[in-house]
Design a binder for this molecule. Structure first.
Ligand code: G1P
Length: 215
């Protein structure tokens, strides 16, 4: 890139290359709780972040994870990123029962349940793929039995953690996409394209042509 004078691309590659990535494969699909337990050796005795790749959040001012870190810095305990979901989606998520705090976006978690039927759900506040978790979770996950769907559920581990520590839920700001869902994946692709100045005009024109043809 340097030889070809592609400075902008070179700067971009340099800006993202100074990181170290460690990864471990979860060799059997034994649940999210088990997947996190697999990463124990990298983390040691520190709080850590969990980001689920099928939940994408757009916020150009403050990313969802940064919002949770700010709450962690005040509370020093685990923080779950939540948003309200429609009734028909409640049974797809971990749902929290909460108590309000002095901040309208921050809640104390009173209880949580994995994928409840809507009529049994304590609220419509769903955990959406962003977590800050304290390391005490590891010894809990080591003795957590398989729960919903026969998997070791992070939600069950967090419920046990709640017995020994407070946990907060933060109603984060940002447009969240479920890219594990076909419609959600398409919405994210279209909206992200429209946010890019280099793609917006051409892409919008393309969309307008498609819509005109479909009508
Ligand atoms: C997982 C968690 C669930 C959480 C969801 C967020 O479920 O188990 O508590 O609400 O991610 O996307 P999954 O989507 O893997 O079924």
């Amino acid at each position: 890139l340097e030889e070809k004078g592609k400075q902008e691309l070179l700067d971009m590659v340099r800006s993202i290359s100074d990181i170290r990535i460690h990864y471990i494969r979860q060799k059997e699909p034994r649940g999210l709780g088990h997947a996190i337990l697999c990463a124990k050796q990298f983390i040691g005795n520190e709080p850590f972040a969990v980001l689920l790749g099928d939940d994408v959040v757009y916020n150009d001012e403050k990313p969802a994870l940064r919002q949770l870190i700010d709450v962690y810095e005040k509370t020093g305990t685990s923080v779950l990123g939540v948003q309200e979901v429609p009734r028909e989606k409640v049974s797809s998520y971990g749902i929290v029962a909460t108590r309000g705090t002095s901040d309208p976006r921050t809640f104390a978690v009173a209880d949580m349940v994995e994928k409840p039927p809507v009529e049994e759900a304590p609220s419509r506040m769903a955990v959406l793929g962003r977590y800050i978790i304290t390391p005490e979770i590891f010894e809990i996950l080591e003795r957590t039995n398989p729960g919903a769907g026969g998997e070791i559920q992070l939600t069950d581990g967090l419920r046990a953690l709640l017995k020994i520590q407070s946990i907060y839920a933060y109603n984060f700001e940002g447009r969240r996409y479920d890219v594990g869902d076909k419609q959600g994946f398409l919405e994210a692709s279209v909206e992200y394209a429209l946010r890019r100045p280099d793609l917006r005009d051409g892409f919008l024109k393309y969309l307008e042509e498609i819509v005109a043809k479909e009508k």
